[in-house]
Design a protein around this ligand. Structure first.
Ligand SMILES: [Zn+2]
Length: 127
């Protein structure tokens, strides 16, 4: 914040602000994997082995498999989604507060629903 783009002031002056923010974000994502409500949402949405109920974004809730094959590669198909988005460019306190929320702000979405929602959120934040 307040630092010109592309100027390396972080980590022994080897990193730009953007690189630094990416680093912190990835550290937070690691912690998120150990966050109880994240696991709670998946547990609640589980229908049977390998099958989960997607809350549905702009469509009805539906049951999906935990992984899908895209172009011959197995990919994760279930995402814990923050109903109120975390945001990424703002104040760290706010990001942390939004990220480590309780289960009432979380829902399970399949890849297809999650992709559409993410796209909408990006579009919203540009306005
Ligand atoms: Zn879905």
């Amino acid at each position: 914040m307040g630092t010109a783009r592309g100027v390396k002031t972080r980590n022994n002056k080897q990193w730009t602000e953007a690189r630094y923010r990416g680093f912190i974000r990835s550290a937070l994502r690691g912690a998120w994997q150990r966050w109880g409500p994240n696991h709670e949402v998946k547990k609640t949405a589980r229908v049977e082995r390998g099958k989960y109920r997607c809350a549905g974004y702009n469509r009805r809730s539906h049951v999906v498999t935990a992984s899908i094959t895209v172009e011959g590669k197995r990919k994760n198909n279930i995402f814990t989604d923050h109903i109120v988005p975390v945001g990424g460019d703002g104040d760290w306190n706010e990001i942390i507060e939004n990220l480590f929320c309780e289960v009432d702000n979380l829902q399970l979405l399949c890849k297809s629903c999650h992709d559409v929602k993410t796209k909408d959120e990006r579009h919203d934040s540009r306005r």
